[in-house]
Design a protein around this ligand. Structure first.
Ligand code: TTP
Ligand code: MG
Length: 372
């Protein structure tokens, strides 16, 4: 890979506790790279280390081939958008963007040209004379973005840059941000806990949890071959069942919490098959969008009677929460179009026995709590 940013084996401890654990990845020139993880994963710490605001305890960082660990922030050539950014409240929008350029020694004609261009990109030119306290949260966020872009730095480090925007504006700015970064030829490391944002923006996503980068890849790669239960659970709406193995050869399982909920999981890949030991417990994942209404009643399908408990509308479709009639297991089913069954209706639903994915039961903890 022709890497523009390379970080190798970064460790960071706070009060003796590791918060970044052996982090390594490379970002190529011009790439839009998103670090995605839950709160407390270590995303901000990682970005601050890249910006030079925090020092790592171990590891190396290279930008454009040059070692960075002992280089101060202002000499790294990065534009940093902090998670909790501050604007200068006594300065206008214009000065907030222009002043840092003048401090850097850029001459005033050039600084004003850049300032105008960046404020125009962020649709803020008409608010150039306003003060930050006269703006909405979303506008302030765009001023901070304009300021980060105005540095002209080839590497942009953006820590949750869209988090203070309402949902609609956030979606609009997502698209703009990517095209701006592309048209200005910037390399971006963008941190977020929002999966949809990551999917729309990223050339590649690094999934982070508990101080580790767990997997790096395109969204398709991560969805097709998630490295562990956490990646699968964090990236998509999956049904997760904890279950005992009744018959490893036939792939017959029984929910650990609901004796009535039995299902089969065959055929499995060799690795997953080896997890099926008689009497053992496993975790089973089934995507919510492979659950179907009125499935065929042949041996390749698990079929259940269920009651519709909830119907949720969201961007891209509907989620039905179904409760199996025989016990208390809930099944989540995602569909594009609303179905002709409402709350309280009895339905038959099911999934193909081959659509289940199996993980070791020890991975269950990774999805229970990830609050840092
Ligand atoms: P962050 O790097 O702040 O985690 P994050 O950015 O992924 O979280 P968020 O989405 O909420 O912004 O913190 C990582 C861990 O480091 C977390 O467990 C808190 C811990 N920590 C300290 O112990 N001391 C510190 O000074 C900081 C900044 C973090
Ligand atoms: Mg953070």
């Amino acid at each position: 890979m022709n890497s523009f940013l390379k970080i190798s084996n970064i460790w960071k401890y706070y009060s003796g506790r590791p918060v970044l654990k052996d982090i390594s990845f490379e970002v190529s020139r011009g790439e839009y790279f998103v670090v995605l993880g839950p709160t407390g994963a270590g995303k901000t710490t990682l970005l601050k280390i890249l910006a030079g605001i925090v020092s790592p305890d171990k590891g190396e960082i290279y930008i454009d081939g040059k070692p960075m660990v002992n280089v101060p922030p202002e000499e790294r050539g990065v534009g940093y958008f902090p998670q909790f950014f501050n604007l200068f409240n006594h300065m206008t929008v214009w000065d907030n963007v222009c002043f840092p350029l003048l401090v850097k020694g850029i001459d005033i004609v050039e600084a004003e040209k850049i300032c105008k261009e960046m404020l125009s990109l962020m649709h803020l030119l008409d608010r150039a004379d306003s003060y930050p306290y006269e703006l909405s949260g979303g506008m302030r966020q765009r001023v901070a973005l304009a300021r980060a872009l105005a540095t002209g730095a080839e590497l942009l480090l953006l820590d949750e840059p869209l988090s203070q925007l309402d949902a609609k504006l956030s979606v609009e700015l997502r698209e703009e941000l990517k095209s701006i970064a592309r048209s200005l030829g910037r390399t971006v490391v963008h941190v977020t806990n929002n999966v949809e944002e990551a999917v729309e923006l990223a050339d590649r996503i690094a999934v982070m949890n508990n101080g580790y980068i767990i997997q790096v890849g395109s969204y398709d790669e991560l969805r097709r071959k998630p490295k562990n239960l956490f990646v699968e659970y964090f990236l998509s709406d999956v049904n997760v069942f904890r279950a005992y193995v009744l018959d490893p050869h036939d792939g017959l399982l029984r929910s650990s919490s609901d004796v009535c909920f039995k299902f089969r999981v065959k055929p499995l890949c060799e690795d997953a098959s080896s997890l099926l030991r008689s009497g053992g417990e496993v975790i089973v994942c089934v995507d919510s969008d492979v659950i179907v209404l009125d499935p065929p009643s042949d041996s390749g399908w698990n079929v259940f009677d269920a009651i519709v408990e909830e119907v949720l509308f969201h961007r891209g479709g509907y989620t039905y929460i179904l409760k199996t009639c025989c016990g208390a297991t809930k099944i989540m089913m995602k569909v594009m179009d609303e179905m002709e069954v409402g709350i309280g209706c009895k339905v038959k639903v099911g999934f193909k026995t081959s659509d289940a994915r199996i993980y070791d039961v020890s991975e269950y903890d990774s999805i229970l709590y990830h609050g840092g």
